[in-house]
Ligand binder design. Structure first.
Ligand code: C2O
Ligand code: CU
Ligand code: CU
Length: 495
Protein backbone atom coordinates (compact mmCIF):
# COMPACT_ATOMS: atom_id res chain seq x y z
CA UNK A 1 0.00 0.00 0.00
CA UNK A 2 1.45 3.36 -0.91
CA UNK A 3 0.87 6.55 0.96
CA UNK A 4 -1.92 7.73 -1.28
CA UNK A 5 -3.91 4.52 -0.87
CA UNK A 6 -3.28 4.68 2.85
CA UNK A 7 -4.86 8.09 3.14
CA UNK A 8 -7.77 7.24 0.87
CA UNK A 9 -8.17 3.88 2.54
CA UNK A 10 -9.28 5.43 5.77
CA UNK A 11 -12.65 5.89 4.13
CA UNK A 12 -13.01 9.36 5.53
CA UNK A 13 -12.81 12.76 4.01
CA UNK A 14 -9.28 13.62 2.96
CA UNK A 15 -8.61 17.33 2.84
CA UNK A 16 -6.54 18.78 0.02
CA UNK A 17 -2.79 18.60 0.52
CA UNK A 18 -2.87 15.42 2.54
CA UNK A 19 -4.12 16.79 5.84
CA UNK A 20 -5.56 14.53 8.51
CA UNK A 21 -8.72 12.69 7.65
CA UNK A 22 -11.08 14.81 9.70
CA UNK A 23 -14.47 13.39 10.57
CA UNK A 24 -17.36 14.94 12.37
CA UNK A 25 -17.73 12.03 14.77
CA UNK A 26 -15.36 9.21 15.62
CA UNK A 27 -17.74 6.66 14.11
CA UNK A 28 -17.26 8.20 10.71
CA UNK A 29 -13.75 6.81 10.52
CA UNK A 30 -14.73 3.27 9.56
CA UNK A 31 -11.24 1.99 10.29
CA UNK A 32 -10.55 -1.20 8.34
CA UNK A 33 -8.09 -2.89 10.66
CA UNK A 34 -7.41 -5.72 8.21
CA UNK A 35 -5.69 -3.15 6.00
CA UNK A 36 -3.25 -2.29 8.78
CA UNK A 37 -0.02 -4.01 9.72
CA UNK A 38 0.67 -5.45 13.16
CA UNK A 39 2.34 -3.00 15.51
CA UNK A 40 5.88 -3.88 16.53
CA UNK A 41 7.58 -3.00 19.78
CA UNK A 42 11.05 -1.50 19.65
CA UNK A 43 13.68 -4.18 20.43
CA UNK A 44 14.21 -4.61 24.15
CA UNK A 45 17.61 -3.79 25.64
CA UNK A 46 17.52 -5.22 29.13
CA UNK A 47 20.29 -3.88 31.37
CA UNK A 48 18.94 -5.24 34.66
CA UNK A 49 21.46 -8.07 34.92
CA UNK A 50 24.36 -6.77 32.84
CA UNK A 51 24.23 -3.23 34.31
CA UNK A 52 25.58 -2.16 30.93
CA UNK A 53 24.07 -0.06 28.21
CA UNK A 54 25.55 0.47 24.75
CA UNK A 55 24.03 2.83 22.24
CA UNK A 56 25.42 3.82 18.86
CA UNK A 57 23.99 6.70 16.85
CA UNK A 58 24.01 5.54 13.25
CA UNK A 59 22.67 6.27 9.79
CA UNK A 60 20.20 4.05 8.04
CA UNK A 61 17.32 3.78 5.64
CA UNK A 62 13.70 3.21 6.57
CA UNK A 63 10.77 2.43 4.29
CA UNK A 64 7.76 3.92 6.05
CA UNK A 65 5.81 3.24 2.86
CA UNK A 66 6.43 0.66 0.15
CA UNK A 67 9.14 1.45 -2.39
CA UNK A 68 10.15 4.60 -0.58
CA UNK A 69 13.35 4.31 1.43
CA UNK A 70 14.01 7.44 3.48
CA UNK A 71 17.32 8.39 5.04
CA UNK A 72 16.92 8.11 8.79
CA UNK A 73 19.04 7.91 11.93
CA UNK A 74 18.68 5.79 15.00
CA UNK A 75 20.35 4.21 18.00
CA UNK A 76 21.59 0.68 17.26
CA UNK A 77 19.20 0.55 14.30
CA UNK A 78 17.94 2.54 11.34
CA UNK A 79 15.26 4.61 13.01
CA UNK A 80 14.63 5.28 16.73
CA UNK A 81 16.33 3.20 19.41
CA UNK A 82 15.67 0.16 21.58
CA UNK A 83 13.47 0.20 24.68
CA UNK A 84 15.94 0.23 27.54
CA UNK A 85 14.95 -1.56 30.73
CA UNK A 86 16.82 -0.39 33.81
CA UNK A 87 16.54 -1.00 37.52
CA UNK A 88 17.94 0.90 40.48
CA UNK A 89 21.65 0.59 41.05
CA UNK A 90 24.72 1.14 38.89
CA UNK A 91 24.41 1.50 35.13
CA UNK A 92 27.51 1.86 32.97
CA UNK A 93 26.55 3.48 29.69
CA UNK A 94 28.59 3.84 26.53
CA UNK A 95 27.20 6.02 23.77
CA UNK A 96 29.09 6.04 20.47
CA UNK A 97 28.55 8.34 17.53
CA UNK A 98 28.95 7.17 13.94
CA UNK A 99 27.24 10.24 12.51
CA UNK A 100 29.17 13.12 10.93
CA UNK A 101 27.34 15.56 13.19
CA UNK A 102 27.50 15.72 17.01
CA UNK A 103 24.85 14.02 19.14
CA UNK A 104 24.09 13.72 22.82
CA UNK A 105 21.88 11.30 24.68
CA UNK A 106 19.71 13.11 27.18
CA UNK A 107 17.91 10.78 29.60
CA UNK A 108 14.62 12.66 29.79
CA UNK A 109 12.98 11.56 33.02
CA UNK A 110 15.99 9.92 34.68
CA UNK A 111 17.05 11.66 37.87
CA UNK A 112 20.81 11.87 37.37
CA UNK A 113 23.33 14.68 37.98
CA UNK A 114 24.09 17.25 35.29
CA UNK A 115 27.29 15.50 34.22
CA UNK A 116 25.27 12.38 33.30
CA UNK A 117 22.23 14.18 31.94
CA UNK A 118 23.31 14.31 28.27
CA UNK A 119 22.27 17.93 27.72
CA UNK A 120 23.71 20.27 25.07
CA UNK A 121 27.02 20.67 26.96
CA UNK A 122 27.84 16.99 26.46
CA UNK A 123 28.21 16.58 22.69
CA UNK A 124 29.75 13.41 21.29
CA UNK A 125 31.71 14.11 18.12
CA UNK A 126 31.86 11.79 15.11
CA UNK A 127 33.80 8.65 16.02
CA UNK A 128 33.87 9.44 19.72
CA UNK A 129 31.99 8.04 22.67
CA UNK A 130 30.66 9.11 26.04
CA UNK A 131 30.74 6.82 29.05
CA UNK A 132 28.73 8.07 32.00
CA UNK A 133 28.85 5.77 35.03
CA UNK A 134 25.37 6.32 36.29
CA UNK A 135 23.39 5.42 39.37
CA UNK A 136 19.70 4.80 38.77
CA UNK A 137 17.78 5.73 41.87
CA UNK A 138 14.11 6.46 41.41
CA UNK A 139 10.59 5.06 41.40
CA UNK A 140 9.49 2.92 38.46
CA UNK A 141 8.51 5.06 35.47
CA UNK A 142 8.48 5.34 31.73
CA UNK A 143 11.19 7.72 30.54
CA UNK A 144 12.42 8.94 27.19
CA UNK A 145 15.85 9.50 25.64
CA UNK A 146 16.88 11.67 22.74
CA UNK A 147 19.64 13.79 21.29
CA UNK A 148 19.92 17.38 22.59
CA UNK A 149 22.38 19.40 20.50
CA UNK A 150 21.32 23.02 20.60
CA UNK A 151 19.94 24.15 17.24
CA UNK A 152 19.53 20.67 15.83
CA UNK A 153 17.46 18.80 18.38
CA UNK A 154 14.28 19.19 16.30
CA UNK A 155 15.70 17.88 13.02
CA UNK A 156 17.71 15.06 14.62
CA UNK A 157 14.87 13.78 16.80
CA UNK A 158 12.60 14.03 13.77
CA UNK A 159 15.03 11.88 11.78
CA UNK A 160 15.03 9.23 14.51
CA UNK A 161 17.33 9.90 17.48
CA UNK A 162 14.94 8.97 20.28
CA UNK A 163 13.83 5.96 22.31
CA UNK A 164 12.13 4.79 25.49
CA UNK A 165 13.33 3.76 28.96
CA UNK A 166 11.43 1.62 31.44
CA UNK A 167 12.57 2.03 35.03
CA UNK A 168 11.48 -1.26 36.53
CA UNK A 169 11.47 -2.51 40.11
CA UNK A 170 10.27 -6.06 39.36
CA UNK A 171 7.13 -5.56 41.45
CA UNK A 172 4.44 -5.07 38.80
CA UNK A 173 3.02 -8.54 39.49
CA UNK A 174 2.51 -7.51 43.13
CA UNK A 175 0.81 -4.33 41.93
CA UNK A 176 -1.47 -6.43 39.77
CA UNK A 177 -0.56 -4.69 36.54
CA UNK A 178 0.44 -6.17 33.17
CA UNK A 179 4.16 -6.31 32.48
CA UNK A 180 4.81 -8.66 29.53
CA UNK A 181 6.56 -6.47 27.00
CA UNK A 182 4.61 -6.24 23.76
CA UNK A 183 1.92 -8.66 24.95
CA UNK A 184 -0.14 -6.94 27.64
CA UNK A 185 2.32 -4.10 28.30
CA UNK A 186 2.57 -1.98 25.15
CA UNK A 187 5.10 0.80 24.63
CA UNK A 188 3.64 3.36 22.24
CA UNK A 189 5.96 6.10 21.00
CA UNK A 190 3.66 8.48 19.14
CA UNK A 191 5.11 10.80 16.51
CA UNK A 192 3.56 12.72 13.66
CA UNK A 193 5.54 12.89 10.44
CA UNK A 194 5.25 14.44 7.00
CA UNK A 195 5.84 12.44 3.85
CA UNK A 196 6.23 13.53 0.25
CA UNK A 197 3.79 12.22 -2.35
CA UNK A 198 6.29 9.45 -3.08
CA UNK A 199 6.26 8.43 0.61
CA UNK A 200 9.60 9.88 1.69
CA UNK A 201 10.05 11.38 5.14
CA UNK A 202 10.24 15.15 4.96
CA UNK A 203 11.15 17.96 7.32
CA UNK A 204 10.40 21.00 5.21
CA UNK A 205 10.27 23.63 7.92
CA UNK A 206 8.42 26.74 6.85
CA UNK A 207 8.38 30.02 8.74
CA UNK A 208 4.92 29.08 10.01
CA UNK A 209 6.17 25.67 11.21
CA UNK A 210 9.02 27.34 13.03
CA UNK A 211 6.49 29.54 14.82
CA UNK A 212 3.87 26.91 15.68
CA UNK A 213 6.18 23.94 15.86
CA UNK A 214 6.32 21.29 13.15
CA UNK A 215 3.12 19.25 13.02
CA UNK A 216 2.29 16.70 10.36
CA UNK A 217 -0.51 14.61 8.93
CA UNK A 218 0.69 11.04 9.45
CA UNK A 219 0.83 9.38 12.85
CA UNK A 220 3.62 6.88 13.42
CA UNK A 221 3.58 4.51 16.37
CA UNK A 222 7.03 3.11 17.14
CA UNK A 223 8.11 4.36 13.73
CA UNK A 224 5.39 2.51 11.83
CA UNK A 225 2.57 4.00 9.80
CA UNK A 226 -0.83 2.42 9.42
CA UNK A 227 -0.62 -0.12 12.23
CA UNK A 228 -2.98 -1.92 14.56
CA UNK A 229 -2.26 -3.45 17.94
CA UNK A 230 -3.43 -6.95 18.80
CA UNK A 231 -4.17 -7.38 22.50
CA UNK A 232 -5.34 -10.15 24.85
CA UNK A 233 -8.88 -10.29 26.21
CA UNK A 234 -8.24 -8.66 29.56
CA UNK A 235 -6.46 -5.69 31.10
CA UNK A 236 -3.82 -4.10 28.88
CA UNK A 237 -1.25 -1.52 29.93
CA UNK A 238 -0.38 1.26 27.50
CA UNK A 239 2.74 3.32 28.01
CA UNK A 240 2.19 6.43 25.92
CA UNK A 241 5.12 8.62 25.04
CA UNK A 242 4.66 11.74 22.96
CA UNK A 243 7.83 11.83 20.88
CA UNK A 244 6.44 14.35 18.39
CA UNK A 245 8.27 17.60 17.74
CA UNK A 246 5.28 19.81 18.48
CA UNK A 247 1.89 18.12 18.36
CA UNK A 248 -0.23 18.05 21.53
CA UNK A 249 -2.56 15.03 21.50
CA UNK A 250 -5.77 14.52 23.44
CA UNK A 251 -6.34 10.78 23.38
CA UNK A 252 -9.68 9.04 23.88
CA UNK A 253 -11.34 5.71 23.10
CA UNK A 254 -13.78 5.77 20.18
CA UNK A 255 -16.35 3.83 22.25
CA UNK A 256 -15.77 6.11 25.25
CA UNK A 257 -14.62 3.29 27.51
CA UNK A 258 -12.70 4.69 30.48
CA UNK A 259 -8.94 4.95 30.34
CA UNK A 260 -7.45 4.24 33.74
CA UNK A 261 -4.50 6.52 34.35
CA UNK A 262 -1.91 4.71 36.50
CA UNK A 263 1.29 6.69 35.98
CA UNK A 264 2.56 10.07 34.84
CA UNK A 265 6.13 11.17 33.94
CA UNK A 266 7.62 10.40 37.35
CA UNK A 267 5.85 7.13 38.11
CA UNK A 268 2.75 5.52 39.59
CA UNK A 269 -0.23 7.26 41.15
CA UNK A 270 -1.66 6.05 44.43
CA UNK A 271 -4.57 4.43 42.62
CA UNK A 272 -5.89 4.15 39.06
CA UNK A 273 -7.84 7.22 37.99
CA UNK A 274 -10.54 6.73 35.33
CA UNK A 275 -10.45 9.44 32.67
CA UNK A 276 -12.15 9.95 29.32
CA UNK A 277 -9.38 11.96 27.74
CA UNK A 278 -5.65 12.16 28.15
CA UNK A 279 -3.81 15.24 27.00
CA UNK A 280 -0.17 14.53 26.22
CA UNK A 281 2.32 17.09 24.95
CA UNK A 282 5.80 16.47 23.51
CA UNK A 283 8.07 14.95 26.14
CA UNK A 284 5.21 13.83 28.42
CA UNK A 285 4.53 10.19 29.29
CA UNK A 286 1.50 8.53 30.80
CA UNK A 287 0.49 4.95 31.51
CA UNK A 288 -3.05 3.70 31.11
CA UNK A 289 -4.84 0.47 31.85
CA UNK A 290 -7.55 -0.36 29.35
CA UNK A 291 -10.05 -3.16 29.85
CA UNK A 292 -10.48 -5.39 26.79
CA UNK A 293 -12.30 -8.06 28.84
CA UNK A 294 -15.46 -7.79 26.76
CA UNK A 295 -13.49 -8.82 23.68
CA UNK A 296 -14.41 -5.71 21.74
CA UNK A 297 -11.94 -3.78 19.65
CA UNK A 298 -11.35 -0.12 20.27
CA UNK A 299 -9.75 2.67 18.29
CA UNK A 300 -7.66 5.22 20.07
CA UNK A 301 -8.35 8.67 18.70
CA UNK A 302 -6.86 12.07 19.29
CA UNK A 303 -8.49 15.42 18.95
CA UNK A 304 -6.74 18.23 17.14
CA UNK A 305 -3.69 20.15 18.28
CA UNK A 306 -4.76 23.24 20.22
CA UNK A 307 -1.81 25.10 18.68
CA UNK A 308 -2.85 24.59 15.07
CA UNK A 309 -6.16 24.49 13.31
CA UNK A 310 -8.25 27.29 11.85
CA UNK A 311 -6.84 30.74 12.21
CA UNK A 312 -3.50 29.43 13.39
CA UNK A 313 -1.69 31.02 16.25
CA UNK A 314 -2.54 34.62 15.52
CA UNK A 315 -6.23 33.90 15.27
CA UNK A 316 -6.21 31.63 18.27
CA UNK A 317 -8.55 32.76 20.97
CA UNK A 318 -9.64 30.63 23.84
CA UNK A 319 -13.22 30.36 22.61
CA UNK A 320 -12.04 28.75 19.42
CA UNK A 321 -10.32 25.87 21.13
CA UNK A 322 -13.47 23.76 21.21
CA UNK A 323 -13.77 23.99 17.49
CA UNK A 324 -10.19 22.93 16.97
CA UNK A 325 -10.19 19.99 19.33
CA UNK A 326 -13.36 18.47 17.88
CA UNK A 327 -11.38 17.45 14.81
CA UNK A 328 -10.45 13.92 15.76
CA UNK A 329 -8.17 11.51 13.95
CA UNK A 330 -7.14 7.89 14.36
CA UNK A 331 -4.01 7.13 16.39
CA UNK A 332 -4.18 3.36 16.78
CA UNK A 333 -6.84 0.65 16.50
CA UNK A 334 -6.72 -2.23 19.02
CA UNK A 335 -8.05 -5.66 18.07
CA UNK A 336 -8.64 -8.39 20.67
CA UNK A 337 -7.25 -11.87 20.06
CA UNK A 338 -8.67 -14.25 22.66
CA UNK A 339 -6.00 -16.86 21.92
CA UNK A 340 -3.46 -14.57 23.56
CA UNK A 341 -2.69 -15.25 27.22
CA UNK A 342 -4.62 -13.06 29.64
CA UNK A 343 -2.88 -12.50 32.96
CA UNK A 344 -5.00 -9.75 34.47
CA UNK A 345 -8.78 -9.53 34.40
CA UNK A 346 -9.39 -6.81 36.96
CA UNK A 347 -7.98 -3.40 37.72
CA UNK A 348 -5.89 -3.10 40.87
CA UNK A 349 -7.49 -1.06 43.67
CA UNK A 350 -4.26 0.56 44.67
CA UNK A 351 -0.84 1.12 43.13
CA UNK A 352 0.72 2.85 46.12
CA UNK A 353 2.81 5.16 43.98
CA UNK A 354 4.27 8.17 45.75
CA UNK A 355 2.32 11.19 44.63
CA UNK A 356 3.83 14.65 45.11
CA UNK A 357 3.69 16.16 48.56
CA UNK A 358 5.89 19.26 48.40
CA UNK A 359 3.28 21.63 49.84
CA UNK A 360 4.49 21.09 53.37
CA UNK A 361 8.10 21.97 52.54
CA UNK A 362 9.77 25.33 52.91
CA UNK A 363 9.74 27.28 49.65
CA UNK A 364 13.03 29.13 49.42
CA UNK A 365 12.28 31.14 46.27
CA UNK A 366 9.49 32.00 43.86
CA UNK A 367 10.47 32.58 40.24
CA UNK A 368 8.53 33.91 37.29
CA UNK A 369 9.28 32.02 34.08
CA UNK A 370 7.69 33.47 30.98
CA UNK A 371 7.92 31.54 27.73
CA UNK A 372 8.26 34.18 25.05
CA UNK A 373 7.50 33.75 21.37
CA UNK A 374 9.45 36.85 20.45
CA UNK A 375 12.36 38.16 22.46
CA UNK A 376 13.13 40.93 20.00
CA UNK A 377 16.85 40.26 20.28
CA UNK A 378 18.67 38.30 17.63
CA UNK A 379 20.68 36.11 20.00
CA UNK A 380 23.84 34.17 19.26
CA UNK A 381 22.92 32.72 15.93
CA UNK A 382 22.62 35.93 14.01
CA UNK A 383 18.89 36.41 14.15
CA UNK A 384 16.31 35.30 11.68
CA UNK A 385 14.25 32.18 11.93
CA UNK A 386 16.45 30.32 14.34
CA UNK A 387 16.81 32.56 17.35
CA UNK A 388 14.00 34.86 18.26
CA UNK A 389 12.27 32.89 21.00
CA UNK A 390 13.23 32.89 24.62
CA UNK A 391 12.47 32.76 28.31
CA UNK A 392 12.03 35.95 30.33
CA UNK A 393 13.00 37.97 27.28
CA UNK A 394 16.29 36.20 26.62
CA UNK A 395 17.13 33.68 23.95
CA UNK A 396 19.15 30.64 25.07
CA UNK A 397 22.89 31.20 25.31
CA UNK A 398 25.19 28.26 26.11
CA UNK A 399 27.65 30.60 27.79
CA UNK A 400 25.17 32.37 30.07
CA UNK A 401 23.94 30.80 33.33
CA UNK A 402 20.32 31.77 33.91
CA UNK A 403 19.69 30.45 37.40
CA UNK A 404 21.42 28.90 40.36
CA UNK A 405 19.38 26.89 42.85
CA UNK A 406 20.22 25.17 46.11
CA UNK A 407 20.67 21.41 46.25
CA UNK A 408 17.82 19.84 48.23
CA UNK A 409 15.68 23.00 48.23
CA UNK A 410 12.14 23.54 46.99
CA UNK A 411 11.15 26.50 44.80
CA UNK A 412 7.90 27.70 43.33
CA UNK A 413 8.07 28.31 39.59
CA UNK A 414 5.27 30.36 38.08
CA UNK A 415 5.35 29.52 34.38
CA UNK A 416 3.38 31.63 31.95
CA UNK A 417 2.73 31.65 28.23
CA UNK A 418 0.88 33.73 25.74
CA UNK A 419 -0.56 32.87 22.32
CA UNK A 420 0.31 29.17 22.29
CA UNK A 421 0.24 26.25 24.71
CA UNK A 422 3.84 25.25 25.48
CA UNK A 423 5.05 21.98 27.07
CA UNK A 424 7.41 23.12 29.82
CA UNK A 425 10.15 20.65 30.75
CA UNK A 426 12.83 20.72 33.46
CA UNK A 427 15.88 18.45 33.57
CA UNK A 428 17.07 16.63 36.66
CA UNK A 429 13.90 17.02 38.72
CA UNK A 430 10.40 15.75 39.27
CA UNK A 431 7.96 18.52 40.10
CA UNK A 432 4.48 18.95 41.50
CA UNK A 433 1.87 20.88 39.54
CA UNK A 434 0.25 23.11 42.16
CA UNK A 435 -2.40 24.69 39.96
CA UNK A 436 -3.22 25.39 36.32
CA UNK A 437 -4.75 28.82 35.56
CA UNK A 438 -5.51 29.05 39.30
CA UNK A 439 -7.65 25.89 39.18
CA UNK A 440 -7.02 22.30 40.26
CA UNK A 441 -4.48 20.49 38.10
CA UNK A 442 -5.90 18.26 35.37
CA UNK A 443 -5.92 14.54 36.32
CA UNK A 444 -2.87 13.93 34.12
CA UNK A 445 -0.96 16.63 36.03
CA UNK A 446 -1.51 15.19 39.49
CA UNK A 447 1.41 12.75 39.74
CA UNK A 448 5.10 13.58 39.63
CA UNK A 449 5.90 15.42 36.40
CA UNK A 450 8.90 16.68 34.47
CA UNK A 451 6.94 18.11 31.53
CA UNK A 452 3.60 19.89 31.63
CA UNK A 453 1.47 21.82 29.15
CA UNK A 454 1.31 25.47 30.11
CA UNK A 455 -1.52 27.38 28.48
CA UNK A 456 -1.83 30.50 30.58
CA UNK A 457 -0.24 30.26 34.01
CA UNK A 458 0.88 27.08 35.76
CA UNK A 459 2.47 27.01 39.21
CA UNK A 460 4.96 24.30 40.02
CA UNK A 461 6.75 23.20 43.16
CA UNK A 462 10.16 21.93 42.18
CA UNK A 463 12.58 20.05 44.42
CA UNK A 464 16.20 19.96 43.31
CA UNK A 465 17.73 16.68 44.40
CA UNK A 466 20.44 16.30 41.76
CA UNK A 467 23.56 18.45 41.48
CA UNK A 468 24.52 20.25 38.27
CA UNK A 469 27.66 22.33 37.79
CA UNK A 470 28.40 25.33 35.57
CA UNK A 471 30.06 23.01 33.07
CA UNK A 472 27.13 20.61 32.98
CA UNK A 473 24.02 22.56 33.96
CA UNK A 474 20.41 21.40 33.69
CA UNK A 475 18.06 22.80 31.07
CA UNK A 476 14.51 24.10 31.37
CA UNK A 477 12.72 24.63 28.11
CA UNK A 478 9.70 24.36 25.90
CA UNK A 479 9.53 20.81 24.50
CA UNK A 480 8.16 22.00 21.17
CA UNK A 481 11.51 21.23 19.62
CA UNK A 482 11.38 24.06 17.09
CA UNK A 483 10.85 26.50 19.97
CA UNK A 484 13.68 24.98 22.00
CA UNK A 485 16.06 25.21 19.03
CA UNK A 486 15.07 28.83 18.52
CA UNK A 487 16.05 29.69 22.07
CA UNK A 488 13.05 29.00 24.34
CA UNK A 489 15.42 27.41 26.83
CA UNK A 490 17.42 28.36 29.88
CA UNK A 491 20.01 26.60 32.04
CA UNK A 492 20.63 26.35 35.76
CA UNK A 493 23.08 25.00 38.28
CA UNK A 494 22.16 23.02 41.39
CA UNK A 495 24.68 23.21 44.24
CU1 C2O B 1 13.34 15.84 26.40
CU2 C2O B 1 15.69 18.88 27.43
O1 C2O B 1 14.53 17.38 26.84
CU1 CU C 1 14.75 16.24 29.70
CU1 CU D 1 6.90 26.46 22.93
Amino acid sequence: MNRRNFLLGTGALVAAGGAFAWATSPNDFGVDTSQRVALKMPPLLDTRESRKLELTAQEGETSFFENAASKTIGFNQNYLGPTIKVKNGPLGAKVSNQLQTPVTVHWHGLLVPGEHDGGPHLPIAFGNNWQPDMQIQQSPATAFYHTHIHGRTASDVYAGLAGIIHVDDGRDDDRGIPNSYGVDDLTLLIQDRRFTDSGHLSYNLSMMDAMHGFTADTVLVNGQANTRAVVPKGIVRLRLINGSNARIYTFSADDNRPLHLIATDGGFLQEPKPIQELRLSPGERAELLVDFGNGESMTMLSSGDPNSGPGGMMGRVRGMLDLVVSRSFVVLPFVVDDRMPTRFNALPDRLNGDEPDLEGEEIVATRQISLDMNTGSSGMMGGGMMSNMGINGRSFDMSRMDLGVGLGTVEKWVVSTSMLAHPFHVHGVAFQVLNENSGEPKPESIGWKDTVVVDGVTELLVKFNMPASRDNPFMYHCHILEHEDRGMMGQFTVA
